[in-house]
Write a protein that binds this ligand. Sequence first.
Ligand SMILES: Nc1ncnc2c1ncn2[C@@H]1O[C@H](COP(=O)(O)OP(=O)(O)OP(=O)(O)O)[C@@H](O)[C@H]1O
Ligand SMILES: [Mg+2]
Length: 320
Amino acid sequence: MKVESLKKVYSMKGKKEFIAVNDVSFAVNKGEIFGLLGPNGAGKTSTIKCICGLLQYDAGEVLVKGHSMQRSRTKGLNHISAVLEGNRNIYWRMTVEENLEFFAGINGIASGKTKQRRDYLLKQFQLEEQRNVVVNNLSRGMKQKVAIVISLITDKSIILLDEPTLGLDVGMSQDLRQLLRTIAKEEGKTILLSTHDMKVVEETCDRLVIINQGKTVAHDTVENLMKLTNQHNYRIQMKDCIPAEIKQKIKQITVKFNEQKNDSSFTYQITIHNPNDLFEIMNLLKISNVELISLERTNYDLEEVFMNLVKGVEKNEISS
Ligand SMILES: Nc1ncnc2c1ncn2[C@@H]1O[C@H](COP(=O)(O)OP(=O)(O)OP(=O)(O)O)[C@@H](O)[C@H]1O
Ligand SMILES: [Mg+2]
C-alpha cells in the first residue's frame, strides 16, 4: 500500500479551507505493521479515511495493490478492511458470532467456509466465552476486540486500525499488541495503525511516520527513532539532598541534571549519553552516604520525542 504526497482539505461553507493532511507519503509492505503517530488533530483519522476510500483527497495518491483509491476505489476496497473510531463496523444487537457470520456473508464468503477461521480468531482474541453474547452487553475493550476480529474474518490483506488500543486497560492493550504482531507475521498481513501512544508503536510497529498539523515530522524505523530520541533518562529518588561536591561530579557525567525537593526526599532527573555512565553515578551516590529510595528509567514520552522532532525541523529550516 502506498500513500504519495497525500493532501486532504476540508472546506466548510462560510469558513476558511482547512488543510488536515499536507503532503504525507509512506508505503507499507506485506507482513509489516506501520504506525501513524501524532497528537490529537494531527490528521491520522483523515489519512486513514482517505486510504479506505471514505474521504476523497485533494492531491497526491493512495495506491492499494496498485489501484488508485480515487479512480478505482472498488478494486482497492477488495483488499482493505478497516476499523475506525467508534466501532462502527459492529451490529450491537447481534451476538459476536452472528456479527462474524454477517460480515463474512456480505463479503461473499459462505458461513461453512469461515467456521475454522472464526474459531481460530475467537480463540486468539480470547473471545470464545463471549461467542453467543450480544455485542452491546460486552465491555468496551471486548467490543474493540470484536471489531478487530470482524476486520480479520474476511481475510483481506490490508488492515487499517484507527487507535486500536484507545481506552483499553493495560492487560488488554498488551494482549492486543501481541496479537497484532502475530497476525502480521504469521498471516503476512499489512497493518497500518494510528495511535498517539508511543508504547504501542514501540511494541508493535516496524516503521512509522509522525505527523503534526497534517505534516510529516519523522519517517523512519521505530528502532532509529528510539536511538534518535534521548533514551537514557532516569529518575533517582534519595532520602536527602546529595552533597554539593558529589552533585558537581554527577553533573559532569550527565547531559541533563535536575533536582527537585519533595516533602521527605529529593528527586533527581538525569539524562546520560551512555547507559554505562549509570555505574559511575551509582558509585558517587554510594559515596554520598545518602539513602537511595528508588531508581527508575523514565518512560519514553511521546510529547518529548515529538517536541524534539519538531524543534529539529525548525532548526533545519533556520539554518537553510
Ligand atoms: N469533517 C471535518 N470537517 C472539518 N474539519 C475536520 C473534519 N474532520 C477532521 N477535521 C479537522 O482536521 C484535523 C485532523 O483531524 P483528524 O481527525 O484527522 O485528526 P486525528 O489525528 O485523527 O486526531 P485524534 O487523535 O484526535 O483522533 C483536525 O483539526 C480536525 O478538526
Ligand atoms: Mg483520530
